[in-house]
Design a protein around this ligand. Sequence first.
Ligand code: ATP
Length: 196
Amino acid sequence: MIIVGLTGGIGSGKTTILKCFKSYGVPVYIADDEAKALMHRSKVIRRQLIKLFGKEAYKEDQLNRTYLSSKIFGDRTLLEKMNAIVHPKVAAHFKRWLKKQKGDYVIKEAAIIFENNLESQYNYIITVIADEDLRIKRVMKRDGASEKKIKSIINNQLSDAEKMKKSDFIITNNDLEEAKKQAFEIHNNILEIIKN
Ligand code: ATP
């Protein structure tokens, strides 16, 4: 099975673009959503996160995301420790999911691919880009986050220019209709490559 990675910076529109591919019948997997779901339901992860972050890691039985993000933001070591707990479980879950999929290819949305040198896990990589001011506005609207906070997240991520150099396909998502056209072209391109 061909695995296509879909990545991009905060607010670029990964999840929005992923929906286009889903509408073409491509099976899609959102790594961040699955990670969150596993952090909630896996007893092993729960135990390890409580050991790492303390009881505040969960609030009224729910994952305390605000607390966790405040702890890991700017603390690389802690982030890496959390990833070491969660990532292998997501990878195993993805493997099981992949076995059940039918079709020509699947798409896995992951915010972090290049940053952790995970390119080899994908046959092709699509990067979604968008102008920074638009990304900031979108995330401010979506999450109610401050401009300063979003900018600091952007500055912590690999730049679009670097991502573009390492990608097989690029979707510019400033205008949604334009981006949808590009997504459909890429879909057909991938099908063509697979056939030949
Ligand atoms: P994150 O990395 O933060 O999870 P993302 O890259 O998955 O973000 P989305 O959640 O798809 O991005 O988009 C961010 C917000 O911007 C959403 O509220 C979405 O509806 C909106 N959005 C995405 N693309 C466009 C667009 N072309 N025009 C207007 N709004 C858009």
